[in-house]
Design a protein around this ligand. Sequence first.
Ligand SMILES: [Zn+2]
Length: 651
Amino acid sequence: MDTKAHPTLRDCVKPDVASSLPCSKVGKVQRDLTSNYFVVDPVFVATASMQPYQRTYQDPIHRPLRIYTLDPAASRLDGAVATLKVPFERLSSGPGGSILEVVDWDETTGQLSKPVNLDDPRILIESGRTPSPSDPMFRQQMVYAVCSSTYDVFRRALGRDPCWGFHAKPGQAHPKLKIRPQAFYDRNAYYDSSAGELKFGYFDADDNVQGRNRPQGRVFTCLSHDIIVHEMTHALLDGLRTRFRLPTHPDVAAFHEGFADLVAMLMHFSYSDVVHAAIERSGTKLETDALLLSLAAQFGHTTGSDGALRSAINPAGLGQHKEGGIRRYDEAGDEPHERGSLLVTAIFEAFATVLRRKTKRYLLLARLASGEAPGPELTEILADQASTLATQFLSICIRAIDYCPPFDLRFGEYLRAVITADFDLVQDDPFGYREAIIDAFARRRIYADDVPDLAEDSLLWQPPDIKMEPIEALHFKMLRRSGDPGRAADEAELRRQAEALGLYVMRPGYAQAFGCALPGDVQLKGDRVDPAVVGSIRSLRRVGPDRQVIFDSVAEITQRRWCKQSSGRFIEVFGGSTVVLGPDGRVRYVIRKSVTDPRRIRAQADYLDGKGNSKGWMKRGRLRHLPRSSKCQLFGQKVDDIQHAATRRII
Ligand SMILES: [Zn+2]
């Protein structure tokens, strides 16, 4: 059997899982196996129990730290500098915290910069070091502050502590994301999942620069707010859905890129000075403000581009046709950033629609003449409304990840996840958030498969198609927690929960409803399946409109099938589901990708075998490589630099 032909894929389904399996369970068809044909992913158990800092009553709530809200080239009149209220934690020099550590080592020069001590009284009293591009300690402060704030945005949206998708390093009790603000000389920055690092490059600007940049001046990507948030979002998304590294469809990598851009742009709205400046520039039409809705302006201006790196509104930008029309899903191409921009523009269109609905009454009251600028009070109200709405959209988009399938995500399925996640939280929708999102996706012809129409009811995920009893062992009263219910339980409890789910799912008569199969299932047509892997089980906190707090659980279960090709070779394809359980242990939703569905298995096998029209990767001999433009290294494999000389695009 040819298993060596697909090293990328084997690595993507965490190698620790395969190596930890008893030999008798790997690769052999065992027809006597009934309900225990599963394993618990040991990487999940090790990473999910990480413990972010627990604030004591003596601690302050926040640590104020100054940052650039856009990048060093933006004008202070545009709100370029702000003081972030970073959630407080005790720090060592670096800064080094409970889940993040900054290590300023430059692999190009071999230089290790002196780490900043943010507890130094002279720094504390000034709300951190003064913003300065040439100060290494400010760069360390900036990456720590922005990454910590982004983590906090995810924590609030999910109602729990997000965890990483990589192992602890030797000597560490829990995994920490290493952040390297000056990692190498190159026009690039990326999340390296195999090392558990965010690496930010630096470079010298072109001769032909724009804006407030000096020709051949040094540019640090770690001073761009958007680049930091984008890379940090890759790391967080990787922790939430590790199997989104599997390149099964162009939408998967595109979702990673689009989602990372979306979080970066929506976070602009949390800086009041930036929003105020945008209102002064754009009047009441915030959705037309180029600076607010652009990504990484300085990078674009110093690398020969005539605009920002990417924009949600620029008619010549990635999300739209150059002629100004809306780009459609079937015309999007395979380049992950370009394809991902469809998602960004769809969400921003919905955001603008809802913002117009929410601010209409204030504008009517103000009776502004055409072109008249809003006064200070109206500016304050508009900024407040935009900021609150952006926070809500961020929360909706992040919470939806819990409702996504465990791998092979398509944009249409993300739409269903968004609608279901929001419906679960807020059942009435007076301002039509969900309707606006559905309309924006439809205008780009992003549709979900297997739904009869675009009605909200039709797009909601459905309960399982067979009647099932609740999982008693996962009833809320049976769950042991580590203090706060939003905090992950210890390893033993996580393993107990995962095993209870595995036993329940892998029963004859049930496995198929969860997208899995037992060995010998006739629908496998003689193919082999590995034991299912319970990849995660986590709490999902919902606060209803009546302020009642409800805890659901969300779990991922995946299974590999060895699909025999007509050539006699075997190709690995995947099935499984995301399972959402209610507090009583009842199965609320099964978001399924069946391992026995001949249509999707055929499509996946063709794509992985290079027969599909689209490729998220390129073939070289017997190995697969990502295109040079996807240098985020999402798929746990270093890009072969010499392979692809196409235009490089970072982040
Ligand atoms: Zn990226």
